[in-house]
Each structure stands twice: as structure tokens, then as C-alpha cells.
Write a protein that binds this ligand. Structure first.
Ligand code: DGY
Length: 320
């Protein structure tokens, strides 16, 4: 029977499932992630690990963990692990695809609406006593109806965002590695290159994974190409955006606002200039944070661990 290390307390029945199968489960007790040395030591005494997006698993940690057979990331993204290095060390890396697309798309849309209609700004002002009367000019925002949404990355989450946008009767442009003619026909999507998407969109929502190719995909040139007054929504990964360029685009007034569920680094230090803009919303990486979805993600990660510890292939490998 195996020793399973889980880097944080998790919701749902995943721990019970692992224990019912006879495995010993060690859950890191802190609210904060284990520091690198504690993580390395825990991996060294484990057969399996369940990790979160902020747990960086280095090749050195893998080399120091001879028993380790699987790192099951409780996330669809796995940019915190080098899958090739893990494969070389004989360690499976798995993720949790499929279960969090709708939940993350809900948050992307919540941020889109909140930024467009200045919900957070208005709430802040109301609490500070700013609501003196009904005003014909206060907190004027942007309509979603009839506006153009540019979706960068049309995977599961991008598609779920497109379905929502269609319900709001938006025009939808998309840019993706692969073109999806069936979805284009079904949802009325228009494929275009990144530059045309940026130039033609009132809202841009990011849904690509973070890879060497997408790091700082939105830099100074991209912001210069964007429609003046456009709003950026990022629920993907902070590293896709060059944050210095984003600050400059906000400072110059080129960008109408930004709603960010992800930043670089996370958490974003409170001294960061992004906090100084009233038209910026920042949430703490909660895209998949519904009770049901987080429980399903944990259970899926547990299913991957159970498979490997029973000598089977995991259902969701990313480094086979
Ligand atoms: C993921 O699954 O990659 C998310 O960012 C974590 O919720």
C-alpha cells in the first residue's frame, strides 16, 4: 500500500477514497503551500503526490524522490511541473480536464460583466458613502449586447465562454492553434489572427495554457493593437500577460479596464501598481472554485493516483 502526500486540505471524498483503498494519506496541515524543502522531503517519502497549481515540482525534487510514481495535479493546467522531466524520472503527471470548464467560464463571464458594468467600483463607492442620489452620469459602463468578444484559445473553457457570449448576443472572434469549423457554424464564431482579434474586440478573454510560446503573448505590441477602451479578462495564467505592458496600457488610458483572476506572481504583492487602478479587478485565482467542481477535481486526482498505485495507467496522463 502506498504513502500519498497531498499538499493542502481538499474538499470532497478524495481522501476517504484513498484511505478506503488502504493507502496512508498525509495532508500538509498549513493553509499556505509547503515550502520547497518541506515539499521535497514529503515527495521523498511518498509513492504518490496530489499537488496544486502553486506547488512547483522541480527536476531536483523528482530526482530526490525514488519511490514517487505519480504527481496528480489538482488542476487542468500543469505549468508548475515539467512533464518531460517527470517522465524521465519515471513519474506520471496527470491533470483534471473536463470538470472545470463551465465553472471557470462562469468566473470569466462574471469578471467580464463586473468590469463592463463597473460593479466592484460601484460597490466600493457605495460602502464609502458615495451613493447620494440616483445619478444620470454615475458609473456608466459598456454594454455586452452587440459588443465584440475576442477569445484567445478555444479549448474547453474558451468554448464554454463562447456559449455564454452567444446568449448575450455578442459578436465572437477567436484565435486558437487549431481552427474549429463545427463550433464556428454552431456558435457563429469568426476565426482570425491574433492581431485582428485584438484590433477588433471590445473585450478580450484569455484561455490558452501557459507555455514558452504563450508567455507574454500580450506585450507592448499587443496592447498597442487593442481597440482603445477595450477590457481584458484573464482567467488563464498570469504569465500570458506582460504585466508591465498592461500597467502602461492602463496608465495611458489605452485600455478601458482589466479583470484578472491570475497574476504573476501569485499572490500579487499589495504594493503592485495594478492595485492602484479603479478599473482593475483582481481575484485570487478562483476560476474553478465552486464547491462541486473543486470536489470533482480532487476526486479525479485521487482516481489517477489509485490507478497508478494499482499498477494501471492513469486516466488523465499528460506525460505518457
Ligand atoms: C487549473 O485547473 O489550471 C486552474 O487554474 C486551477 O483552478
Amino acid at each position: 500500500m502506498g504513502h500519498v502526500f497531498i499538499t493542502r486540505a481538499i474538499p470532497g471524498t478524495a481522501v476517504a477514497q484513498l484511505e478506503a483503498a488502504g493507502h496512508t494519506v498525509e495532508v500538509w496541515p498549513g493553509e499556505l503551500p509547503p515550502p520547497p524543502d518541506a515539499l521535497a522531503a514529503a515527495l521523498a517519502r511518498s509513492d504518490a503526490a496530489m499537488t496544486m497549481v502553486v506547488d512547483r515540482i522541480t527536476p531536483a525534487m523528482l530526482a530526490g524522490a525514488p519511490r514517487l510514481r505519480i504527481v496528480a495535479n489538482m488542476a487542468v493546467g500543469y505549468d508548475n511541473i515539467d512533464p518531460a522531466a517527470a517522465a524521465e524520472a519515471g513519474v506520471w503527471v496527470t491533470n483534471t480536464p473536463g470538470v472545470l470548464a463551465e465553472t471557470t467560464a462562469d468566473l470569466a463571464f462574471a469578471l467580464l460583466l463586473a468590469a463592463a458594468r463597473r460593479v466592484v467600483e460601484a460597490d466600493r463607492d457605495t460602502r464609502a458613502g458615495g451613493w447620494k442620489t440616483w445619478s444620470p452620469t454615475a458609473f456608466l459602463g459598456t454594454d455586452l449586447f452587440g459588443a465584440t468578444l475576442g477569445i484567445v484559445g478555444l479549448g474547453e473553457i474558451g468554448e464554454a465562454v463562447a456559449r455564454r457570449a452567444r446568449g448575450f448576443r455578442m459578436r465572437i472572434l477567436y484565435h486558437s492553434r487549431t481552427r474549429k469549423p463545427a463550433l464556428e457554424a454552431d456558435l457563429g464564431l469568426e476565426f482570425c489572427d491574433l492581431h485582428s482579434l485584438l484590433a477588433g474586440s471590445d473585450f478580450v478573454s484569455l484561455h490558452t495554457p501557459l507555455t514558452p510560446e504563450t508567455r507574454h503573448l500580450l506585450g507592448p505590441a499587443a496592447f498597442a493593437a487593442m481597440k482603445p477602451g477595450a477590457i481584458l479578462v484573464n482567467t488563464a495564467r498570469g504569465g500570458i500577460v506582460d504585466q508591465d505592458a498592461l500597467v502602461e496600457a492602463l496608465r495611458s488610458g489605452r485600455l478601458g479596464g482589466a479583470a484578472l483572476d491570475v497574476t504573476e506572481p501569485e499572490p500579487l504583492p499589495l504594493t503592485h501598481p495594478l492595485y492602484s487602478f479603479p478599473n482593475v479587478i483582481i481575484t485570487p485565482h478562483i476560476g474553478s472554485a465552486s464547491r462541486a467542481t473543486r470536489a470533482r477535481m480532487a476526486e479525479m486526482a485521487a482516481a489517477n493516483i489509485l490507478a497508478v498505485l494499482e499498477g494501471r495507467e492513469p486516466p488523465n496522463p499528460v506525460n505518457r
